[in-house]
Design a protein around this ligand. Structure first.
Ligand code: ZN
Length: 267
């Protein structure tokens, strides 16, 4: 493979890497965004949320106690049966004590359940006055969350698709070149390639020797920057060659473009 062909592939790979990294950022930020949406809802509707939280708390308490109540009733029945089989006064007294104990717990649970239910009824009324407003609010939460999910799904698809494309591009390159690309990618936050312009590496602004710059310009050799080690290419020439070789620009989904705007394109 000629140096020019290798450089075309490197430029293309860098484009894919940039797009994949944007997609990865979208994926990574999704859980935080969803949480933020929910938090905003809770902030906007603090009064309603407090009532709803209290309602849920009471419902849970009522449910738990009802379950416990059943167990206590069973114990009471069992102790009452046992009372018929005691052999002496001492056992009888002990059994009566168990029964009194379980009866006290039953009555305590019944009172608490009653209190829960009274408050639940009252809160139901309060919640009903908020219902219409909250339904609207919940709808907008759903719309916002959906757009985060859609962006995540698009990002996932982009990553999958571009990973395959990258593999295809890599298949023609030497193992040593690929190894050093990977190393640079890890160390240089994904940027293994740099423009060379006016005799300088445009990433670290260190000058390259004139002879080397000429070879980069004519794409007759693959060089890397003596300072930052990134591979260097001369953009006008390579972009032209890429068009000739039929490489269309990497397509950007709207979500990618948005992420770029948010991040200011910073890498
Ligand atoms: Zn450099």
């Amino acid at each position: 493979m000629t140096a020019k062909e290798q450089l075309i592939r490197l430029v293309r790979m860098q484009e894919l890497v940039d797009t994949v990294r944007r997609a990865e950022r979208i994926l990574a930020s999704a859980p935080g965004k969803l949480e933020e949406i929910e938090n905003h809802f809770r902030e906007r509707n603090a009064e309603y949320v407090a009532v709803q939280d209290r309602f849920d708390e009471l419902e849970l308490d009522r449910k738990t106690r009802s379950g416990e109540l059943e167990v206590l009733e069973e114990s009471k029945t069992k102790y009452t049966d046992d009372l018929m089989r005691v052999k002496n006064q001492k056992e009888y007294a002990a059994m009566l004590k168990e029964i009194d104990n379980v009866k006290a717990q039953i009555s305590e649970h019944e009172d608490a359940i009653l209190r829960d239910m009274e408050e639940i009824e009252k809160l139901k009324g309060e919640l009903a006055t908020h219902r219409e407003h909250i339904e609207q609010e919940r709808k907008s939460v759903a719309v916002e969350s959906k757009s985060v999910d859609t962006a995540s799904n698009e990002a996932r698809e982009t990553i999958e698709k571009l990973t395959v494309q990258r593999r295809e591009l890599e298949s023609g390159l030497s193992l040593s070149l690929l190894a050093s690309v990977r190393r640079l990618e890890d160390r240089r936050r994904g940027v293994f390639l740099s423009r060379a312009k006016d005799g300088m590496c445009q990433s670290c602004y260190v000058r390259v020797r004139p002879q080397v710059f000429q070879e980069i310009k004519s794409a007759t050799a693959v060089h890397s920057c003596g300072n930052c080690r990134r591979y260097l290419f001369f953009e006008p020439g390579i972009k032209e060659a890429m068009v000739d070789a039929g490489f269309a620009p990497v397509e950007q989904s709207p979500a990618d473009a948005e992420a770029e705007a948010v991040n200011g394109g910073a890498v």
